[in-house]
Design a protein. Structure first.
Length: 113
């Protein structure tokens, strides 16, 4: 039955028994080919307890492709990190190495700050 209350949290009650609740579908952007991506590799020190992280921004694509690219960079650099919200975080100041790796993979990467 299509009457699951968990899908309707935050929806105003309707007295019409035939009313069909419509859910908003969030569409992910299609992943651009590596040559069309404009990635900026920078460093971030804010809100991290004084630690430095390399931040890769500007990725356009699905969350799965972002995580796969992040995993590949973490493995090649031998460090930890994360990939979420369109950004890849790599532990440490590895801007030059990450930029070289991205260019080797065919991405249009530029070293920032």
């Amino acid at each position: 039955m299509d009457n699951d209350w968990k899908n309707r949290l935050g929806v105003v009650f309707s007295t019409n028994p035939d009313y069909q609740y419509q859910e908003e579908s969030i569409e992910e952007a299609e992943t651009l080919p590596p040559g069309k991506q404009r990635l900026i590799v920078g460093i971030d020190r804010r809100n991290r307890g004084g630690k430095q992280v390399t931040l890769v921004t500007g990725f356009v694509g699905t969350e799965a492709d972002l995580k796969e690219l992040g995993r590949a960079l973490k493995v090649r650099c031998g460090v930890g990190g994360s990939a979420k919200d369109g950004e890849i975080t790599i532990q440490g100041d590895l801007r030059d190495k990450v930029t070289a790796l991205l260019k080797g993979m065919g991405y249009n990467a530029k070293r920032g700050n």
